[in-house]
Ligand binder design. Sequence first.
Ligand code: AP5
Length: 232
Amino acid sequence: MLKTNKSSQGPVLILLGPPGAGKGTQARYLVMHANLYHLSTGDLLRHAVSKKTPAGIIAKKAMENGDLVSDELVLEILSFRLSEIGESGGVILDGFPRTLTQATMLDNLLATRSQAVSFVISLNVDDDQIITRISGRFSCANCNTGYHDIFQPTEVNGVCDKCGSNNFVRRADDNIDAISTRLAAYNLETAPLISHYNARGLLKSIDASKNIENVSKEIQSAISEITEAITQ
Ligand code: AP5
């Protein structure tokens, strides 16, 4: 899975979708099956905010409101993280690109690594389900494992399955006002990427309203289909 015969460089998979569509959840599933790095610009930005780095201080307000952070700032953070990964490392991009400008920036950045976008998976979920998913989301404060009150609870109540911690957090932007702003930003700035990547023959749309395991299976078969189309 996740190999093309076009290049010896690692594949670059983009997970596209509205807030709460399951991008982070599916990225974590995919990295268990493939030798890829999971790069979430949301996680990188939240880390910068928590460490109060110059980038984090600038990003904090926009993130709390649910607005997009500037293209330049996100690119800077992503470039730095990519530079830490070996040149041939394959990646799953979760939450990047989010604008057409970022898509161009990404192509340029990947070209410096002799890489290119390999596949784009678009996760589709309706707004009601997005709100249900986001309002029930929490994660382990120690190891960042993600959960949901109803759909993905811990095995033992109040104890992280992965590290045993009993310290959990909810995100500052997981409130109804910020969710509305994030959805509006997605529809205005990010949704145009669907036709952008479709025109390049790289995109598969998935019904992400199914349960986590079924969505994961669909993503894996979509990747196989795109790989076959590219390599024919
Ligand atoms: P980011 O962290 O990327 O947030 P987002 O795009 O809003 O996406 P989420 O993390 O909320 O959702 P997800 O799709 O990963 O869903 P998850 O798997 O957690 O960005 C945050 C902010 O940072 C942005 O608003 C912006 O300010 C800034 N930012 C980041 N990148 C940027 C960029 N490139 N440019 C500019 N600004 C940027 O799932 C959600 C919940 O649902 C979980 O609890 C999960 O358990 C559950 N769940 C998942 N799948 C299923 C399923 N199939 N069935 C049932 N439940 C499910």
